[in-house]
Structure formats: C-alpha cells, structure tokens
Design a protein around this ligand. Structure first.
Ligand code: PGA
Length: 248
C-alpha cells in the first residue's frame, strides 16, 4: 500500500498537534482504504497525537530511536519506549540526523535493527547532497547508503525506504519527476539486488512535496509514497497530497 507520511521535525506544540491530528482523523477514513497514513511527531507530542486519533486510522511514529534497548544515554529514547507510547513506526537515518548528529550508515542500521526487535516498522532515509549530485555521484552515494543502512535479514514487510535528496529538503526545490523516476528505478534495482523479496517495498520520495507537485511524483512507477515535512504541518496541504495519490 502506498504511504503518505508527515515528518513534523521539531515543530508543533500540544494544542496544534492535537488540532492537526483531529482534523486529519476526521478526513482520512476514505483515504486509508488505499493508503497508509503516518505522522512522525516530536517525541513529547507522540502521546498527544495518539490521544487525538481515536480510530487509529492514522499511524504514529517516532522520528528517531537509540540503537540500545535502555541504559545511560541521556536525551535518547529507545524503540521499546516508542512502542510503549503507541508508535507503530520509526524514522531512521533522516539526513538531519546524519548531518546534525553524525549518524553513519552503521549507526542507522543498528537503530533499524533495534526498532525491528522492539516490533516497530522502520522508514530508512537516504539521499545525496547537491555537491554529490552535481559531481554525478548521486546513484553511487545513495546505493551505498541503502546497502549500509539496511540491517541484515530485514523482512520486506517491516520497512520502507525514503529517498530524500538533501538539496530538496525544506528548500522548495523539488527534484524533477525525471530525476525521481531515474533514482527510484535505480533504488528498486539496488533493493532487489540485496534481496529479491524487496520488489514491492515502498520507496517514498521526500523533499519539498507540496499539493501542487504531489500528483506528478506519486504517479511514477517506483514511487510508493511521500515523506512530507513542511506541508505536513497543515491539515489541508497534507490531505491534498494524500488525495493526489493514485488509488491502485
Ligand atoms: P520538506 O521535508 O517536505 O519540508 O522538504 C521533507 C523531509 O525532510 O522529510
């Protein structure tokens, strides 16, 4: 099933989170027949989001987790804590985690492993920088990130991949449908090369997805959804993006 996910990043408060989730929950029933809808609030707003979504049609996920199950890791949260809070998903390897916190592929793979052990589904993020794209290295960089960030023996029904070119995140510069098509076809081949079971794993596109560009991106053969940052903070925009997804 195609996935439309909202990454709130370090935004919102209890009142705005509750209002947003209530509006989404009231509107998404018809959409969830053909879409998985997920929001990724900041950790302290997970409880608010879950309480505001009584139908559970809207899944909730954490934006990150530690690779250890518990212990002396001040400021971190574990995958089991996310499960305990009611989460079904966690994002790992977002480019802002990779750049702000120095997360390597090995760390991302360890986090994904911890999340799986705790019972979460993982959305593993990859994407090249502008310099890497301009020097013609985008395909190689992203393939290396995928191969390095996926834990061994990752079951195909426990994860999704999100391709988010760093230069398109929060910049308003969306990748062209041609570039997204090329990259997603490449990523499909990389996934299948790793494991033939990965032929149907959703590969989401992220990076300045908006209501006016979503339909063109979501119609591409190997685009299995969208990971939406800025536009996921407004119910109207997030719903318009979900409504732009094909029904198949
Ligand atoms: P954006 O962020 O939609 O604001 O570009 C996407 C993301 O980083 O997940």
């Amino acid at each position: 099933m195609m996935i439309i996910a909202g990454n709130w990043k370090m935004n919102m408060d209890r009142a705005s989170a509750s209002a947003l989730v209530k509006t989404l929950s009231a509107e998404i029933k018809p959409l969830t027949a053909h879409l998985d809808m997920i929001v990724f609030p900041p950790a302290v707003l997970i409880d608010t989001a879950i309480n505001a979504s009584p139908s559970s049609a809207l899944a909730v996920g954490g934006q990150d987790c530690h690779f250890n199950a518990n212990g002396a890791h001040t400021g971190d949260i574990s995958a089991a804590m996310l499960v305990d809070a009611g989460c079904q998903w966690v994002l790992v390897g977002h480019s802002e985690r990779r750049s702000d916190h120095g997360e390597t592929n090995d760390i991302v793979a360890a986090k994904a492993e911890a999340a799986l052990s705790a019972g979460l589904k993982v959305m593993i993020c990859v994407g090249e920088t502008l310099a890497e794209r301009e020097s013609g290295k985008a395909n190689d960089v992203v393939a290396a990130q995928v191969l390095g960030s996926l834990p061994q023996d990752l079951p195909s029904d426990r994860f999704a991949l999100a391709y988010e070119p760093v230069w398109a995140i929060g910049t308003g510069k969306v990748a062209s449908p041609e570039d997204v098509d090329d990259m997603h076809n490449h990523l499909r081949a990389v996934l299948i090369g790793r494991n033939p079971d990965y032929a149907a794993v959703d590969i989401l596109y992220g990076g300045s997805v908006k209501p006016d560009n979503a339909a063109g991106l979501l119609a591409l053969a190997n685009v299995g959804g969208a990971l939406v940052g800025g536009a996921s903070l407004k119910a109207e925009d997030f719903l318009a993006i979900a409504n732009a997804a094909p029904h198949s």
